[in-house]
Design a protein around this ligand. Structure first.
Ligand code: PLP
Ligand code: ZN
Length: 449
């Protein structure tokens, strides 16, 4: 019996190639033309429920781990493997919080802004959604060892999932580029951590080479099965909104896996007749790592039905190389200048009538402090979505009464250094440093404000 479902296959996104492969292979790039692959389905062969609320009903069954999982609860929408291979450690128990105080900061009307807290996942970031799906594929193809390049959260998530399902794990990180909360997780969860003297883009090149030479299973977001898991973030947002689609989804953009997955999720739901419209999407870069912003807004790069103008990208990357450009932002999770999912992201922008913006580290840190004060907190990269929303309101692209879901991708404790510096060194308008006090009751009482 084949391990993978007959309904699923992999297909090259390049329309001039379009090569197809079954899901029993772990290839990650089209062997014929080198482009990205999609996981696609013959929907008639999957028993997709007739209405989305049927997925929500699985909550009543949550002593079944697959029904409890915020990923596998939606399993017919990512039907690439049989249940016996499915991996779950309880991912996707996230909250969509309506937050009027953050709404006030970004000038959105009360009741209209929602924050999707992906920091509540087992390893503290949205990456766990993707890993639940990708490690199921890894088990299905019989992988023994896994690897990833990481700005931090991927390594934490890969290490957690790898060891829970008996695979070895090697994580490549740029030395000095990774936030302490994340590095501490990778080490604690038993990953072999290889610190490369270079940045994330260097790690990404090395890991692809190492994986293909040594036959390691690759867990970066060019793995199409990872993106299948990340689609469920969107399902959970609309589930909490009573299966209504918001007007906007706002997401930080790094390697562009999330934005790509979200576009695919909505395209498929629309195709299946499960939603009647697709939301708009805003993808937010940091100004110190703004390749997507530059290519889309300045170089006018488009999806163009899959015939992407390769020369624009090649020239852009050649210039980065000539200038020895290395991206820099305090939002280390999005400190990436050669995003691997660029083309899929262009497709998502096409599907969702998307826009791209870049925000400064200062705007990111202020937005992060606002989420910290009025919400459940988040790491710097996550706050790019709030800073981006504020900018899009100022530019009049988003109206104050539109319904908006910002994806907060990672937990506040991931990067304590940025937070402590912001407050202690009074770096921004919301800095809240500790008050020094002598060891004296009367003096202390005078200081309480
Ligand atoms: C990985 C990561 C990102 C970037 O997401 P992409 O899918 O690579 O664009 C953003 N925020 C956090 C917290 C992350 O861990
Ligand atoms: Zn191809």
């Amino acid at each position: 019996m084949p391990k993978h479902t007959d309904a699923a296959f992999q297909k090259c996104i390049n329309p001039e190639c379009g090569a197809e492969f079954d899901c029993g292979q772990a290839i990650f790039k089209c062997p014929q033309c080198g482009e990205l692959l999609d996981a696609l389905y013959d929907w008639d062969m999957l028993e997709v429920p007739a209405k989305l609320s049927d997925f929500g009903r699985r909550w009543a069954n949550r002593d079944n781990p697959l029904d409890f999982s915020g990923v596998w609860r939606f399993r017919e929408l990512l039907g690439f493997c049989h249940d016996t291979y499915k991996v779950t450690i309880g991912e996707g128990q996230t909250i969509l919080q309506q937050n009027d105080l953050v709404a006030d900061y970004v000038k959105i009307k009360p009741g209209r802004l929602y924050l999707q807290y992906e920091g509540l996942n087992p390893s503290g970031s949205f990456k766990d959604n993707g890993m639940a799906a990708a490690f199921s594929h890894a088990k299905m193809v019989g992988a023994k060892a896994s690897a990833c390049a990481s700005t931090g959260n991927t390594s934490a998530s890969v290490a957690l999932y790898a060891h829970s399902c008996g695979l070895k794990c090697t994580a490549f990180v740029g030395s000095g580029r990774i936030a302490f909360g994340k590095l501490s997780q990778a080490m604690d969860y038993g990953a072999q951590t290889i610190q490369i003297r270079g940045d994330f883009d260097d790690c990404m090149r090395q890991v692809q080479h190492v994986c293909s030479e040594l036959g390691l299973y690759l867990l970066n977001s060019l793995n199409p099965f990872r993106l299948e898991g990340q689609k469920t973030i969107m399902y959970r947002i609309i589930e909490t909104l009573g299966w209504e689609v918001p007007d906007w989804i706002i997401v930080p953009g790094g390697n562009l896996g999330n934005s790509s997955a979200f576009g695919k999720a909505f395209f498929e739901l629309k195709l299946l007749g499960l939603i009647d419209r697709v939301p708009r999407m805003a993808i937010i870069n940091a100004t110190g790592a703004d390749t997507l912003n530059d290519l889309v807004n300045n170089k006018k790069l488009l999806w163009n039905n899959g015939s992407v103008n390769r020369k624009i990208i090649d020239d852009y990357y050649a210039d980065l190389t000539d200038r020895s450009f290395s991206p820099h932002t305090c939002a280390s999770a999005i400190e990436i200048s050669r995003p691997v999912n660029l083309k899929k992201c262009l497709r998502a922008i096409d599907i969702c009538n998307g826009v791209v913006r870049a925000v400064t580290d200062e705007q990111i840190c202020d937005a992060k402090a606002v989420v910290g004060k009025f919400g459940l907190g988040c790491e710097p990269a996550s706050a790019a979505s709030i800073a981006g929303l504020k900018l899009l309101r100022e530019q009049g692209i988003i109206d104050p009464d539109e319904r908006i879901a910002c994806v907060l991708t990672g937990h506040a404790l991931k990067d304590p250094n940025v937070t402590v510096n912001y407050h202690n060194k009074k770096q921004g308008q919301f800095s809240n440093p500790p008050t020094e006090a002598p060891n004296d009751f009367d003096e202390i009482v005078k200081l309480i404000s």
